[in-house]
Design a protein around this ligand. Structure first.
Ligand code: MN
Length: 230
């Protein structure tokens, strides 16, 4: 047997390594910082909810490089969402909060790029978010830092500048649902697999970018992610 054409595997570089992390699925958590939930018109602590992007929506940006994200069609309001990304190295279902850390391979800095106008329309009409969230190049991501070289993420600054001006600035300790809780809950809905990426939600300060804008995101201990909109 042979393939009718060569299969492709989206992959993300590993920090200071020649290795690649192959991507299986991309899960995303909605409204996971209180101040962002509030800016989107919500209050209170709701149960975590999830949506997905296709694995090939990643735009991997190697260390020291500036990624180029084509401005997508069908939107006039492309928003940035800086997020901590969790890379899963060991699969499982119904994972306990206590054992969640052993399923994490590493972390990265990611951008959950969003067609905010289409998302608002989807919300109004009760339609799916796929075209608002899961489009080509909608998931820029830095190299992945292995957990063996970092610490378990419970705190640390998360920040995004656009053209050198601060847009988002918060701390991982303000996640409504922390990394272990996200893994435990997500794994009740899906059997997690090695290669899964989880975008853990964005803090307040989301806003629009346009052609020529340079986004510079960083998370303490995980370095920087720079992406230019072209
Ligand atoms: Mn998001």
């Amino acid at each position: 047997m042979s393939y009718v054409f060569n299969p492709t595997t989206p992959a993300v570089p590993v920090f200071q390594s020649s290795q690649l992390f192959p991507v299986h699925r991309i899960y995303c958590v909605g409204r996971n910082y209180v101040a962002h939930a509030q800016e989107m018109g919500w209050t209170g602590r709701e149960a975590p909810f999830f949506f997905m992007k296709p694995a090939d929506a990643i735009l991997p940006v190697a260390d020291g490089q500036i990624g180029e994200m084509p401005y997508p069609g069908m939107t006039g309001n492309l928003h940035h969402e800086i997020e901590l990304v969790v890379a899963i190295g060991k699969g499982g279902a119904n994972i306990s909060i206590e054992s969640a850390p052993e399923h994490v391979w590493g972390y990265a800095v990611g951008l959950d790029m969003t067609r905010r106008d289409l998302q608002a329309e989807s919300k109004d009409q009760g339609r799916p978010w796929c075209t608002a969230k899961g489009f080509d190049y909608s998931a820029p991501i830095s190299s992945i830092h292995p957990l063996s070289q970092t610490s378990w993420m419970t705190q640390g600054n998360i920040h995004l500048d656009v053209n050198g001006v601060q847009r988002q600035d918060s701390d991982i300790n303000k996640l409504t649902w922390n990394v272990a809780e996200i893994i435990a809950t997500l794994s009740t809905f899906y059997t997690l697999q090695p290669g899964d990426l989880i975008f853990t939600g964005t803090p307040e300060g989301v806003g629009a970018v346009t052609h020529g804008d340079l986004m510079a995101g960083r998370i303490a201990g995980l370095g920087e992610l720079k992406v230019k909109v072209v």
